[in-house]
Write a protein that binds this ligand. Structure first.
Ligand code: ATP
Ligand code: MG
Length: 178
């Protein structure tokens, strides 16, 4: 049984981690789509697809030790800006999968319309485990490290990610999100 899960992972956080842990209890293999793969160096999407692949890959190493799941394929997926074609875009780029896990209403609808089995995932501590909140904390020099797995903290340090995000957030208007 192979599952599909998609996120932008800007960055990968403990909400994603707990959802994947639950999926790994149910399936042997998973395809993880890195959405909006073409995006990077913006406030909403600071990290490149390759950097996000590294975050997901290293975080999953920990889950592999803790569950008996076997394999994850991590596939960067660019946006197509045409929802009616999106599922075929995804399936044309990914290994075959039997079931989709998501809590995103559009993702759920598009895959169900295409005839896929879709299982709804639950929200975990959404106030804090949220990419937008983690990026805000990085920009505002607040503590963000306890909201992502330790392996992801390491990747972000290696790529000097917080400095990049702060540089990007620094506009010439003098306005600040903090
Ligand atoms: P952003 O605020 O940048 O949109 P995000 O936290 O929503 O970040 P995404 O990469 O957009 O992260 O999310 C990928 C998928 O994971 C989405 O379907 C999203 O609803 C889900 N997800 C995000 N945070 C959580 C969470 N805390 N618990 C469960 N699912 C989550
Ligand atoms: Mg989101």
């Amino acid at each position: 049984m192979r599952a599909f899960f998609i996120g932008r992972f800007q960055p990968y956080h403990l909400g994603h981690h707990e959802v994947l842990r639950e999926i790994f209890e149910e399936v042997d293999e998973i395809v993880i789509g890195i959405g909006s793969a073409q995006e990077s160096h913006t406030i909403e999407n600071p990290f490149t697809a390759g950097e996000r692949v590294m975050m997901v890959d290293r975080a999953i190493e920990d889950l592999k030790r803790e569950t008996d799941f076997r394999k994850a394929y991590i596939i960067p997926l660019e946006d197509v800006y045409r929802n009616s074609l999106w599922v075929s875009h995804v399936t044309s780029l990914c290994p075959y999968f039997d079931v989709v896990y998501s809590n995103n209403p559009l993702v759920i609808r598009l895959f169900r319309e295409a005839g896929f089995e879709v299982k709804k995932t639950k929200m975990i501590n959404r106030i804090y485990y949220q990419g937008t909140e983690i990026r805000r904390r990085m920009i505002c020099n607040e503590k963000w490290e306890d909201l992502v797995p330790e392996s992801v903290v390491q990747v972000i340090k290696e790529i000097d990610g917080v400095k990049r995000l702060r540089d990007i957030a620094n506009t010439d208007t003098g306005k600040s999100v903090c």
